[in-house]
Design a protein around this ligand. Structure first.
Ligand code: DX5
Ligand code: ZN
Length: 228
């Protein structure tokens, strides 16, 4: 039985002057966890926030935090992110020359570990670390910014990663997450390809029915696509 469908909002579109309220609103809207996009201005051409801001967010929601580390040196601050209240750290395969060791380090800190792969990176990059992770994140945009167009040509790769996970008998222990351009429109194809957890930013915050309606619609469309 594959893992449940989950919605992980990216907080990039949020008004950062009202971050605490945004978190309580996202919890009330029925989200399953919070996806924190950490950018260092080096690995990606954008800069967001770090552990101190995450620590200030922590008291405002009971939802788990996953840190999407779009940074060149994830090892250097991994402990800071865990100490700030992140339950999962997602490392980019492209930024970790010793990915296996970095994932071991994340787990030694008491967090779970995930690996993200950019659009150009083949699924094979994650083949040898599946035993160390509870999430594989297939990027469906080039990382660095919210509000970009979903890259549908990633669907065969999503299917390849899903097949890899299932062939190893790991479908109950590993989430297959997609991130970038996910909306009520694109979520069905990503689900059919094999994803079970969905990061959404702009599609949640621009929905005319508000956050709760946006989360429900994406979840409903993913559920329907899985059942089809
Ligand atoms: C992009 C981030 C994504 C992005 C998602 O680098 O990793 O999480 O914020 O935003 P949308 O859903 O607007 O594409
Ligand atoms: Zn992200």
């Amino acid at each position: 039985m594959p893992r449940p469908i989950e919605i992980a909002p990216s907080i990039l579109p949020v008004d950062f002057a009202h971050l605490g309220k945004a978190l309580t609103d996202l919890e009330a809207a029925g989200c399953d966890r919070i996806h924190l996009d950490i950018m260092d201005g080096q690995f990606v051409p954008n800069l967001t926030f770090g552990p101190d801001v995450i620590a200030s967010m922590r008291p405002h929601t009971k939802l788990p935090f996953e840190a999407h580390l779009m940074v060149l040196d994830a090892d250097a601050m991994a402990k800071n992110y865990v100490d700030a209240g992140c339950q999962r750290l997602i490392l980019h395969a492209e930024a970790c020359p010793h990915l296996h060791r970095s994932l071991d380090h994340v787990r030694s800190l008491g967090a779970t570990a995930g690996v993200a792969i950019n659009p150009h990176t083949p699924a094979a990059e994650v083949e040898n670390i599946l035993d160390l992770v509870d999430l594989i994140l297939v990027m469906t945009v080039n990382p660095g910014f919210g509000g970009q167009k979903y890259i549908a040509s990633m669907e065969p790769k999503i299917a390849q990663v899903r097949a890899m996970i299932n062939q190893r008998g790991l479908s109950e222990s590993i989430d297959l997450e997609v991130d970038g351009g996910i909306s009520a429109t694109t979520v069905a194809a990503a689900t059919r390809a094999g994803a079970n957890t969905f990061v959404a930013g702009s599609a949640l915050f621009r929905h005319e029915g508000g956050l709760k309606a946006a989360v429900s619609e994406i979840r409903a469309n993913a559920t329907a696509a899985r059942a089809a």
